[in-house]
Design a protein. Structure first.
Length: 83
């Protein structure tokens, strides 16, 4: 279990800093345009695979994203913030 978590953290390549944002648009191929609170806009994807429940996101939803270190314009959505 711990080994899977380490592999997952290495795979995303992010700096590990979770940042809040708002879904602005739903794009094809399960991608989302997210505007982070600082005004920076990124293209984000929701996590997939076993152990992940499918959560439907719509425009205006608040989410927490982790930016990818390899590409400043990409991020991974780690959870939906309940409002």
């Amino acid at each position: 279990m711990a080994r899977e978590r380490e592999r997952e953290e290495d795979a995303d390549g992010g700096d590990g800093k979770k940042r809040p944002g708002t879904v602005r648009a739903i794009l094809p191929r399960a991608l989302y345009r997210v505007v982070m609170d600082g005004g920076h806009e990124v293209i984000a994807h929701a996590p997939t695979g076993p152990g992940r429940n499918f959560v439907r996101l719509i425009e205006g939803d608040r989410v927490i994203v982790v930016p990818l270190s390899r590409d400043a314009g990409r991020a991974r959505i780690v959870r939906k913030v309940r409002s």
